[in-house]
Write a protein that binds this ligand. Structure first.
Ligand code: PBG
Length: 315
């Protein structure tokens, strides 16, 4: 076995997994105001960006050659039905307009969810302290339509309500957006790895948790059912999230389905690497490459990662 490991040329020749910026997506957090570039405490190197700064970052992403950016919004006001999410003048819609004007060769993808926009921090509307499934679908569909109207190339529902992919597909088609694909967060687990994101997006639920809609981490077969349902409902790309702790799910999904699979290396995965690197306990670049390679090797076609820009420069 060692013959083909003798030197870098041989190792490159027989390499089974390669990384390319073209399959990477960079998430960004857009906030109100001007000239704001506020570092997220638990995600060093990642920022809340006002629209003008988001445009600059989008330009960087275009230059770096990544496939696209995934936009999250921090609205100026939250309410119990998440109105800013589907307001044509909402924070993400404003960002889309400004970025679209300045940046051409970059996919603009939006996270479709209510949790950043609701005062209670849940991903759907609440009645009797419970997240209501069907009444939420209309609002998610409105958000998706509003994003596409503002310039989004693709929408990515992350709420985990049942039936949302079908509801969004129907709404987009009804508005004539028949060409706009949906990347569904299909197997999204109720994970502790989202902690830093909730600081970045100010979206921690004010009561309870997300376990009644996001998946239970011990379950794998259930993830395949979620993915099958989303494909049936019209998802063009399906996602597994988080990534590193769920490589088995990515691999099983790869075997069972022919659609493109995305994996999201989430905020907690990023924060752990950054923290350990700061402590001097790991080699930062090496671990970034090794984890991303593992996610791709498991079967992910598309990598959503806070390291996308840095990786693009590294590769
Ligand atoms: C919104 C959403 C979350 C993430 C992506 N979309 C947070 C959550 O579900 O609590 C997490 C991303 C990350 O941790 O990097 N529902």
């Amino acid at each position: 076995m060692r013959r083909l490991r003798r030197n870098q040329r041989f190792r490159n020749l027989v390499r089974e997994t390669r990384l390319s910026p073209e399959s990477m997506i960079y998430p960004i957090f857009v906030c109100p105001g001007e000239k704001i570039r506020h570092e997220v405490g638990s995600m060093p190197g990642q920022y809340n960006l006002s629209v003008d700064k988001a445009v600059e970052t989008a330009r960087d992403a275009e230059k770096a050659g990544v496939a696209g950016i995934l936009l999250f919004g921090l609205p100026p006001q939250k309410d119990d039905v998440g109105s800013d999410a589907y307001d044509d003048n909402g924070i993400v819609q404003q960002a889309l307009g400004a970025i679209r004007e300045n940046v051409r060769d970059l996919l603009l993808i939006t996270d479709v969810c209510l949790c950043e926009y609701t005062s209670h921090g849940h991903c759907g509307v609440i009645k009797h302290s419970d997240v209501q499934n069907d009444p939420t679908l209309k609002l998610l569909a409105d958000a998706a339509v509003s994003h596409v109207r503002a310039g989004a190339d693709m929408v990515a529902p992350s709420d985990m309500m049942d039936g949302r992919v079908a509801a969004i597909r129907l709404a987009l088609d009804g508005e004539g957006f028949t060409n706009t694909p949906i990347m569904a967060y299909s197997a999204k687990y109720a994970s502790g790895f989202y902690g830093p994101f909730r600081e970045a997006a100010d979206s921690t639920p004010k009561f309870g948790d997300r376990k009644s809609y996001q998946m239970d981490p011990p379950n794998a077969r259930e993830a395949l059912r979620e993915i099958a349902l989303d494909i049936e409902e019209g998802a063009d790309i399906v996602m597994v999230k988080p990534a590193l702790a769920y490589l088995d799910i990515i691999a099983r999904a790869r075997e069972q389905f022919d659609v493109p699979i995305a994996a999201y290396q989430v905020s907690g995965e990023y924060a752990m690497i950054e923290a350990a690197a700061r402590a001097g306990w790991i080699e930062r670049q090496r671990i970034i490459l090794e984890t991303i390679t593992a996610i791709r090797r498991a079967g992910a076609d598309i990598l959503i990662t806070y390291y996308a820009l840095e990786l693009a420069k590294m590769l």
